[in-house]
Design a protein around this ligand. Sequence first.
Ligand code: CU
Length: 108
Amino acid sequence: MTLARRVAVLIAAGLALCAAGPTVTYHGTGTVLALLPPPSDLHATRPVIVIEHDPIAGLMAERMAMPFIAASTTLFDGLHAGDRISFWLQDTPGALLLVTIERTPPRH
Ligand SMILES: [Cu+2]
């Protein structure tokens, strides 16, 4: 490989990294409807949580019930259907990934 070619490859790699950009994170609140460790009907290998979520700024303007893939089953520890939660999503290439969950006081 010539030096010019090598430099071109390095530049292309650098541009690819830049294109990936900063990690985009969204914060949401809602109620747990179901906790589905893998394997489940919704995903063979990854944990899924179904949330009735409130509007999520920058992502979804509507309140709705929908499933999210969770980064780890350990996020489900101590959680139950019906719990009010605050959660954070990360926009990753494969999925909108739920990376953090906190239980919050019930809303009356
Ligand atoms: Cu939604």
